[in-house]
Design a protein around this ligand. Structure first.
Ligand SMILES: [Zn+2]
Length: 294
C-alpha cells in the first residue's frame, strides 16, 4: 500500500476493493476521504511510515466497504469522523440487515459505534483546521451520499459514479434511488475539477468526465429498459426481483443471493413503480402498457 500523489496535496491510496482519497493538511497530519474496505493493518502502517496522523475522515457514505478502517483511526489518532445526517438511518438499516442475514461477517464487526459529526442536509463545506472541503450532495447510491472536494479541487465521488472500466463491467450497480443517482451524476457533469476520484476505482481527469457520466447514466437507463422488457407478463414482486437478477446475470437462479444485489433489483422495481411504468394490481406487478391494453 502506498500514497499515490495525484494533484497538489491530494493523493490516493488503493485498497483492494476501494480507492481512498488523502489530503495532507500539514507535514504530519492528513484528512482521508473514506477509509477503505475490510479493516487492514496496512493502512495505519502506511500512515505510520509516512509520519502522518489522521485528523479526520470525511465519509462519502457509510457503506461498510468505505468505513472499515474508521474504528482503528478513531482509536489510534482520535480522528473526527464526518458523514451526512441522512446516512444515519441508511447505515443502521444496512448493518441490521447484514447482521440478521449473517452475510459479510467482517463488515458487521465495523458497525459505526464511534462519535460521528453529522453534516446537515444542505451543508456545502466542512473545515478541518482551516482547510475547506467542499461538499456536493449526491444522493442516489445511498440517501445521504456526498462528494467531497479537497482544498486542491480534487473531487472524491465515492460511489456516486464508477470509473468507466468498472461501470462497463457492472451488471447491477447498487442504488437506493436510481433516479436520484442519475440527477446526482448530471450535477457532477456540470462541475470542472482537475480530477475525479471514484471509490471503484482510481482517478479520472476532467477531460474524461463527460464520458464517465455518459457511461454511468447509460448503464442505469439500460437497466430500467431491461426490467420493462422483461415484464412481458404479470409477476409477484418477489418473482419480478428474482427474474431480474437472473436476467442481469447477478444470480444463477439457485443458492444464496447477496442482500446488496437483491436490494438493487428491488430499488430498480420501486423506481419504475414511482415513474408509473410498472403498476401494482392484486398483489402483482404489471407493465403499465399491458394494463392499459387489458
Ligand atoms: Zn456504497
Amino acid at each position: 500500500m502506498e500514497i499515490i500523489p495525484l494533484y497538489g496535496k491530494t493523493g490516493i491510496i488503493e485498497t483492494p476493493i476501494t480507492t481512498v482519497g488523502i489530503y495532507r493538511l500539514s507535514r504530519d497530519q492528513a484528512v482521508l476521504i473514506d477509509s477503505g474496505d475490510y479493516p487492514r493493518p496496512e493502512l495505519p502502517e502506511l500512515l505510520e511510515r509516512e509520519g502522518l496522523a489522521v485528523r479526520a475522515v470525511i465519509c462519502t457514505h457509510l457503506h461498510p466497504d468505505h468505513i472499515s478502517n474508521n474504528p482503528a483511526l478513531v482509536e489510534r489518532y482520535g480522528a473526527e469522523i464526518f458523514a451526512h445526517e441522512a446516512e444515519r438511518d441508511s447505515a443502521k438499516a444496512i448493518f441490521d440487515m447484514l447482521e440478521s442475514m449473517g452475510q459479510y461477517p467482517q463488515w458487521t464487526k465495523i458497525r459505526p459505534m464511534y462519535p460521528i459529526t453529522w453534516l446537515s442536509g444542505g451543508q456545502e463545506e466542512v473545515t478541518v483546521d482551516g482547510a475547506p472541503f467542499r461538499i456536493i450532495q449526491t444522493p442516489g447510491h445511498s440517501f445521504g451520499h456526498i462528494a467531497v472536494v479537497t482544498p486542491d479541487g480534487v473531487c472524491c465521488l465515492g460511489d456516486a459514479m464508477m470509473s468507466v472500466p468498472r461501470v462497463r463491467q457492472a451488471k447491477l450497480p447498487y442504488m437506493e434511488d436510481a433516479d436520484q443517482a442519475i440527477e446526482s451524476m448530471e450535477r457532477i457533469r456540470e462541475t470542472q475539477y482537475p480530477f475525479y476520484v471514484t471509490a471503484h476505482k482510481g482517478a479520472t481527469p476532467l477531460e474524461a468526465l463527460e464520458l464517465m457520466v455518459d457511461e454511468n447514466v447509460r448503464v442505469e437507463l439500460e437497466l430500467y429498459d431491461r426490467f420493462l422488457r422483461m415484464m412481458d407478463h404479470p409477476r409477484s414482486e418477489e418473482e419480478a426481483i428474482r427474474d431480474f437478477l437472473v436476467e442481469t446475470g447477478t444470480w444463477k437462479g439457485d443458492g444464496q443471493v447477496s442482500w446488496f444485489v437483491s436490494h438493487s433489483a428491488e430499488t430498480q422495481l420501486m423506481s419504475l413503480i414511482r415513474a408509473g411504468e410498472l403498476k401494482w394490481h392484486d398483489g402483482m406487478v404489471y407493465a403499465a402498457r399491458q394494463m392499459s391494453r387489458a
